[in-house]
Design a binder for this molecule. Structure first.
Ligand code: FMN
Ligand code: SF4
Length: 593
């Protein structure tokens, strides 16, 4: 073990910021983080052993106890449940003689659930030792069980077991654009850096990671900071259940994403780019490394890019380890620095004080992709599409009850009704726009539009037909937040568990009308007092399903008689106030992260 750890530490240049990478390698080698490894790493990096233990406890894909040599994780997102993930778990447990949540006595295999694997378009899905197993049919389950029993090394498993498709059903402004490597950089240098930033301003591009901050403002603010070095981070954590459009972009359009990062580097004066890749997308890592290498060979990364003396920039990829909160920009920076991903207190924002306390732009994959094409075509070309507050197009990841789950690119302002028609959805009971942290709308609201000023989404669009149980949806999302809360602040740590329990009480038929009032009050506490966006949105599944179908909640109540003083209308009005986003334009003139 000592030789292995010593070589890891040497490769990582004994840097504490590489602690997560080191622990991922130890986990892969020993199937857990053994005590002697903790001691060796602590001594080698001169960090307290408690920091290493905290990391192992924080990240779902790290363990202090040994997992099986074949570690199976089955996705537990709502769409995977709808596609029969429980049958997959039952079948694997029976065939492999292992309990769900346990490790088989001989240590060969472990089986568990995971929040979501980013494959909601091809579920029920799972992972084996971090590699994807989409569309787990009974035949595939039998094959997987046999390969494990025969102890066949993963590299000898049939490739089709790991085949992830990228079903792209609708391309629009961006996905239809031709591109050749270096084009955006050439245009940027020909036009000038200040002028290119002005084009980005003219485009009104807003970040595609959810919050919709003005990209040009973020880049400009970062470029104006005195401190150096400055960093460009591409947020490819994509942990919101139901979102998988960044997976497709990285799989098929990585060159354009890296080019957007490089344009950003030129504008803000950065020499180092970082891409934080969600753990479940391990299968993309080698492909992405090859794209980076090809760019180096074309003079698009490295020293004096495209012959511009002094413009040196390169990009490094590091993997997450199964923590939804690490999608939040400041939590991600903590994770980059080798710590548990706990969101920072702001201000200062990351553009001022980010990675290693230096100015840092953190943007979503799709934001960089869009920036590439804006650098080529100019801002007006982009601003002419969409709505005045939401220019351009949005990539949607559509999953759930429809004939054609996959990726769709739409101009902002497209009505939900049209999207449902295009993806082949019928008998719709509701749509979850924006994942668990977003909004549930009923079939009475299908004329609402996808846009920052109406239904905002980082990309998740889940369809539910009339055969679905509203409470199964709300409970899955509420449980998700309770599981993913990082535990740093009390309103979220305790509140998300209380929300889960209070909802279970009502759904289980044990609630009185006052319990609805309590539930609504609890939602308010969690939403208004949490430290970060996770807690602020954890009540959304309850609030928006309650507003869509109050009659279903009322039907669940055990005692329908309202106590004196109980005011149902007031409870619903409070829920409505809470569920409505604050002024959607409020973020426009702020710099986030
Ligand atoms: C709990 C939580 C999870 C998030 N997950 C992601 C994510 O997976 N990808 C992402 O780009 N942004 C995510 N965000 C938003 C980021 O904090 C940040 O706003 C975004 O990366 C900025 O990029 P943009 O301006 O290009 O949207 C998350 C935010 C929160 C609160
Ligand atoms: S709101 Fe939740 S996720 Fe965010 S810091 Fe508090 S406990 Fe952590």
């Amino acid at each position: 073990m000592k030789t292995f750890i010593d070589s890891l530490l040497a490769q990582a240049e004994f840097q504490t910021v590489r602690l997560l990478e080191i622990l991922r390698a130890v986990q892969a080698e020993f199937r857990h983080i053994p005590e002697p490894a903790i001691e060796l790493i602590a001594a080698g990096l001169q960090v307290p052993r408690t920091q290493i233990i905290a990391m192992a406890e924080f990240y779902s894909f790290l363990h202090l106890n040994p997992q099986g040599r074949y570690d199976l994780l089955i996705s537990d997102s709502i769409t995977d449940r709808m596609l029969g993930n429980q049958q997959v778990l039952d079948a694997l447990a029976a065939r492999l003689q292992v309990e769900v949540g346990g490790v088989r006595g001989d240590g060969l295999v472990s089986l568990n659930r995971t929040s979501c694997t980013g494959m909601c378009d091809q579920g029920p899905a799972g992972l084996v030792n971090g590699f994807p197993l989409p569309r787990l049919t009974p035949a595939k389950i039998a094959a997987v069980a046999e390969l494990i029993e025969k102890q066949v090394p993963l590299e000898n498993w049939p490739a089709e077991l790991f085949q992830v498709d990228e079903p792209l059903y609708r391309a629009d402004l961006l996905l239809n654009q031709p591109f050749s490597g270096g084009e955006a950089l050439q245009r940027t240098f020909a036009r000038g850096l200040t002028e290119t930033l002005a084009e980005l301003d003219r485009s009104h591009l807003r970040g595609r990671g959810g919050a919709g901050f003005k990209t040009a403002l973020k880049w400009r603010t970062c470029s104006q900071q005195a401190a150096t070095p400055r960093y460009v981070i591409c947020n490819a954590d994509e942990g919101e259940p139901g979102t998988f459009k960044d997976r497709m972009l990285l799989d098929r359009y990585a060159d354009q994403v890296f080019e957007g990062m490089t344009v950003c580097a030129a504008i803000i004066g950065s020499g180092q780019g970082l891409l934080y890749l969600r753990a479940d997308y391990l299968f993309l890592r080698d492909k992405l490394l090859a794209v980076l290498q090809a760019r180096r060979e074309q003079g698009l990364l490295g020293q004096a890019i495209l012959g511009h003396d002094g413009f040196d920039f390169d990009i490094e990829i590091r993997m997450g380890a199964g923590a939804y909160i690490c999608g939040e920009a400041s939590a991600q920076i903590e994770s980059w620095e080798g710590k548990p991903g706990i969101p920072r207190t702001k201000p200062p924002n990351s553009v001022v004080c980010g990675y290693q306390r230096n100015p840092t732009v953190v943007d979503n994959v799709e934001t960089f992709f869009a920036a590439t094409h804006i650098a080529i075509q100019g801002g007006q070309w982009f601003a002419d599409v969409g709505t005045p507050q939401s220019t351009g197009t949005k990539l949607l990841s559509i999953s759930g009850d429809c004939l054609r789950p996959g990726i769709y690119e739409y101009p902002f302002g497209t009505p939900v009704r049209q999207i449902l028609q295009d993806c082949g959805a019928e008998e719709v009971m509701g749509v979850q726009v924006g994942g668990p942290s977003g909004t549930f709308i009923s079939d009475r609201e299908l004329d609402r539009v996808v846009a920052f000023e109406d239904l905002s989404t980082a990309g998740s669009f889940m369809v539910f037909n009339r055969s679905r149980n509203l409470f199964a949806i709300a409970q899955n999302f509420t449980d998700f937040f309770a599981h993913e809360s990082c535990g740093f602040c009390t309103p979220c740590r305790v509140g998300t568990s209380l929300l889960k329990n209070q909802l279970a009480k009502i759904v289980g038929g044990h609630g009185a009308p006052e319990d609805l009032e309590h539930l609504s009050a609890l939602c308010e506490i969690v939403k208004n007092n949490s430290h970060c966006g996770l807690g602020e949105s954890a009540a959304n599944p309850i609030l928006t399903t309650l507003l869509s179908y109050p009659e279903l909640y009322l039907r669940q109540l055990q005692y329908r008689e309202f106590a004196p003083g109980f005011d149902l209308d007031a409870t619903l009005a409070a829920a409505r106030r809470l569920a409505q986003r604050e002024d959607p334009a409020a973020h426009l003139n702020q710099v986030e992260n």
